[in-house]
Write a protein that binds this ligand. Structure first.
Ligand SMILES: [Zn+2]
Length: 358
């Protein structure tokens, strides 16, 4: 849609002529990014509302109210603006600054890496508490998780329970923190759907991802891809045809050189459309690797003496996920193997260790 209707170029033409932005290129770019963000938000609202109030509600997942949903949507837009606008300006400045020395891709990559590190620290402390309430896990659960963490050599920080049930019955658990003192977050819905043995087994699997180095591999691959993408962009960013194809009109100098190209950031956005087929190939490879990591983490949990079969089956039932998808569909879309295949692999490994699932 954005490509077909030249949305990027039309909004840029509109913003460039606004009196309020005057001669300030930075302000023009900020207004442009904010306006594009508003266009994306408004056009995505109908499908987001449909998936929440029709599909999620029909299957009994949605537990919130329209006011809660609207409040969260508004908060997300503010958070996206507070993070996105400075990041957009910093990226544009880095690309412009580096373009003279041929190091634009390195500067832009440094901005992205710095933003990721800042977000890693800001998310649990500043962003997540805007949406949910976090309370420490019970002493009994914490004691059991600590035992497994010690066995796995996992640097456990705090274990928190999040009120995921305020909006949805879907259950989840995640952990973060790159080095020491990792924080584990459990959705309250997970504690309702799975018993304590199951929660500990799921966390044994998550610790497996850390101990086996999966977290680092994912980080390295994503950052290497970002660097490669930025390098490819830096080779094409001065080429007028890149933006012309997306409806940007601009004059040429008397000597035949290009006139005013739009800011580097806009050219980067345009280039990202061209990279969609490459993204698809990369995501296919990442999903294959991710499914291998899932089997490895399952095996790790088995070797810790845990039984993942009951919690996996319970979560599969509660979240109504597909048990037997078409192999081609799951090969492309799934980050996790289908539950039937995971359970079969876990049972085989348990049997090889002389154990049986409950
Ligand atoms: Zn996993």
């Amino acid at each position: 849609m954005a490509i077909a209707f030249d949305v990027l170029a039309s909004v840029w033409a509109m913003v460039s002529e606004m009196e309020v932005v005057g001669d300030s290129p930075r302000l023009t770019l900020m207004v442009y990014v904010a306006l594009l963000g508003a266009v994306v938000l408004v056009t995505s609202l109908p499908s987001a509302a449909w998936s929440t109030f029709v599909i999620e509600k029909r299957f009994g997942f949605f537990t919130g109210s329209i006011w809660l949903w609207l409040g969260d949507t508004a908060k997300s837009a503010v958070v996206a603006g507070v993070i996105g606008l400075p990041l957009a300006l910093a990226l544009d400045a880095a690309l412009a600054w580096g373009s003279t020395s041929g190091s634009a891709y390195l500067y832009a990559w440094a901005v992205l890496v710095s933003a990721s590190v800042v977000l890693l620290f800001a998310h649990p402390r500043l962003i997540a508490p805007c949406f949910n309430t976090f309370t420490p896990a019970s002493d009994a659960l914490l004691a059991r998780i600590t035992t497994v963490a010690n066995k796995a050599g996992f640097p456990l920080g705090e274990v928190m329970v999040m009120d995921g049930s305020r909006m949805s019955n879907h259950s989840n658990a995640y952990m973060y923190g790159m080095c020491s003192a990792k924080r584990i977050v459990l959705f309250d819905t997970l504690l309702d759907q799975v018993d304590q043995d199951g929660v500990v087994a799921i966390l044994g699997h998550e610790m497996g991802h850390y101990v086996l180095g999966h977290t680092w591999w994912n980080l390295i691959i994503v950052q290497a891809y970002a660097l490669g993408f930025l390098y490819a962009f830096s080779q094409a960013m001065a080429w007028p045809g890149l933006v012309e194809a997306f409806g940007f009109g601009f004059g040429f100098g008397a000597d035949g050189s290009a006139g005013d190209l739009p800011p580097h950031l806009i050219r980067l956005v345009v280039f990202s459309f061209l990279a969609v087929p490459v993204d698809a190939a990369v995501s296919l490879g990442m999903h294959m690797l991710s499914r291998k990591f899932e089997y490895d983490a399952d095996a790790y949990a088995v070797d810790l003496g845990l039984d993942l079969v009951p919690p996996l089956q319970a979560l599969h039932r509660e979240n109504k996920s597909m048990s037997d998808p078409h192999p081609l569909y799951s090969a492309y879309h799934y980050t996790h193997p289908p539950v039937t295949e995971r359970v079969a692999a876990i049972k085989a490994r348990m049997e090889a260790r002389g154990r049986k699932t409950q």
